[in-house]
Design a protein around this ligand. Structure first.
Ligand SMILES: Cc1ncc(COP(=O)(O)O)c(C=O)c1O
Length: 402
């Protein structure tokens, strides 16, 4: 536990961190922090006790490294209801996973249906593919709270649609979409579904078999609380995208063609074994605490924050007010102040870390009506406390008073 004195707020905050630099970290939508102690220990332990590159040698420590990566794949598969862990393809982050699905799957002239709340990690590849492969892309508008109506989405699907791509929870305003309803509509029309679970994985239960998802893109470093540099794409049995990269896999070395088997078909080059050691520990931590409990905690902190914001003159909240559909990312604006200035003051005067601006999601800001200036985003994580929310609200009230 760390004691941290907030001079300008005048209260003591007990932050539930294991070790600590000072400050209140409220940028968990970018990457979660702190990580569970077991995750840090797993990363350090890998480097200290194993160190070898997985699949690149027959000696015991290299075999141990391969075993560890297999165990991580299995831990991910268990957490997301994946029957065959070879369908879990490790990536650097959610962006790479989304690119693998979009670039690997879409062909000349395909029609794609997506939403007006997507992150640039979907919007940019789609825009580039539109030019490169002559795609047709339909953006289904979401509500001003950031929520998608699954019926609107279903109506946009046509016999030509080759992919549906849907954000599960918004990184800008926390809005959680009903991906089960979207999935049912896609299945009925036999359209493969890609779910961007960057802001939901780890805090909303996801079972790829039940949800009938074909592609699930997940960062290891956000809600799952694993290290930066980790992520994965689940590739279901109905789809087989082209790989983004080709190269060494440590298998079939006599062959200059990429092995066809999973996961080698997609995973060329040395693995981020340190990161994956951490990811395994993170998956086990999340499975232990449960995504339901983690999500409930984030939603409760978000609700407390929004109720407090409602009491502050000149501060406006953008996002859902049904907190069972709020994943813990709360966007606000302070009247008369650029979000960047609010962020700077929160950091410099109150030691509170938030993100400001457009959050890599111009589409979402247009939907929410905040495209001109963007917003100040407070995003809560498992380790944040009610006292930290109170401190953030007090700081915001002082800033809004001017
Ligand atoms: C909704 C959404 N999709 C994709 C991404 C990209 O994730 P990553 O940073 O792991 O590449 C983010 C990151 O914030 C996100 O919020």
């Amino acid at each position: 536990m760390v004691k941290l004195r907030l001079r300008h707020v005048g209260i003591m905050v007990m932050a539930a961190t294991a070790s600590s630099p000072t400050g209140i970290y409220l940028d968990n939508a970018a990457t979660s922090w702190p990580k569970p102690p077991a995750v840090v220990e797993a990363i350090v332990g890998y480097d200290r006790d194993i160190g070898a590159s997985a699949g690149r040698g027959g000696y015991r420590r290299a075999v141990e490294a391969s075993r560890l990566i297999f165990d991580t794949r299995e831990a991910v598969a268990r957490l997301f209801g994946v029957a065959d862990s070879r369908r879990v393809i490790f990536t650097l982050n959610a962006t790479e996973a989304l690119n693998l699905a979009l670039r690997g799957w879409l062909r000349e002239g395909d029609h794609v249906v997506t939403t007006s709340m997507e992150h640039n990690s979907v919007a940019r590849p789609l825009n580039h593919l539109k030019e490169e492969r002559n795609l047709e892309v339909t953006y289904v508008p979401c509500s001003p709270e950031g929520l998608l109506d699954p019926d609107d989405f279903a109506r946009a699907l046509t016999s030509r649609t080759r992919l549906a791509a849907v954000i599960h929870a918004s990184n800008v305003c926390g809005a959680v979409n009903d991906v089960a309803a979207v999935g049912a509509a896609c299945r009925e029309r036999e359209v493969p579904l890609l779910v961007d679970a960057a802001q939901s994985a780890g805090s909303i239960p996801i079972d790829v078999e039940t949800l009938d998802v074909d592609f699930l893109a997940v960062p290891g470093h956000k809600g799952i609380m694993g290290p930066l540099g980790t992520g994965f794409l689940y590739v279901g049995p109905r789809v087989r995208p082209q790989p983004l990269v080709q190269g060494g896999t440590g298998t079939n070395s006599e062959d200059t063609r990429q092995p066809e088997v999973l996961p080698d078909y997609y995973e060329a080059g040395s693995h981020n074994a340190l990161g994956l050691a951490g990811l395994r520990a993170a998956c086990e931590f999340v499975a232990d605490v449960t995504p339901e409990a983690i999500g409930a905690r984030k939603s409760a902190l978000a609700e407390r924050f929004v109720r407090g914001v409602d009491e502050i003159d000149g501060v406006t909240y953008f996002g859902p007010r049904d907190f069972s559909r709020q994943a813990g990312a709360c966007s606000i604006q302070v009247a008369g102040l650029d979000p960047a200035v609010v962020g700077l003051r929160l950091d410099a005067q109150y030691d509170i870390m938030v993100r400001t601006g457009l959050h890599c999601s111009p589409l979402a800001h247009t939907t929410l009506g905040t495209i001109d200036q963007g917003t100040v985003r407070f995003s809560f994580g498992y380790y944040n406390t009610e006292a930290q929310v109170t401190a953030a609200l007090q700081a915001l009230a002082e800033i809004a008073r001017g």
